[in-house]
Design a protein. Structure first.
Length: 116
């Protein structure tokens, strides 16, 4: 199982970014995908959003609801996180995640920095 995030970077307050999570090594279209973030080393990872296997059910943390949109393309084995109206408090390392059987799998993360 491999999850590889990309698309992070430096953006101004109010800007947008789209993160991607390329998945391999498992039947991607059969599993939900999650996005988490860690805002500082040593802090707990915070759940951000979830999308079900079919892409028709999504859930969001209150802190990002209305600004972030999670989606997926099962033909490309890729999940996305569209982030709009970014705020400095969205600065974090963002990770995609899936849970297969009894194991959690994580990517290496991609850094998002929002300047004020």
């Amino acid at each position: 199982v491999q999850l590889v995030e990309s698309g992070g970077g430096l953006v101004q307050h109010g800007g947008s970014l789209r993160l991607s999570c390329a998945a391999s090594g498992f039947p991607f279209s059969s599993y939900g995908m999650n996005w988490y973030r860690r805002q500082a080393p040593g802090k707990e990872r915070e759940w951000v959003a979830t999308i079900n296997s079919g892409g028709d059910v999504t859930l969001y943390a209150d802190s990002v609801k209305g600004r972030f949109t999670v989606s997926r393309d099962n033909a490309k084995n890729t999940a996305y996180l569209q982030m709009n109206s970014l705020k400095p408090e969205d600065t974090a390392r963002y990770y995609c995640n899936t849970f297969l059987g009894q194991s959690d799998y994580w990517g290496q993360g991609t850094q998002v920095t929002v300047s004020s």
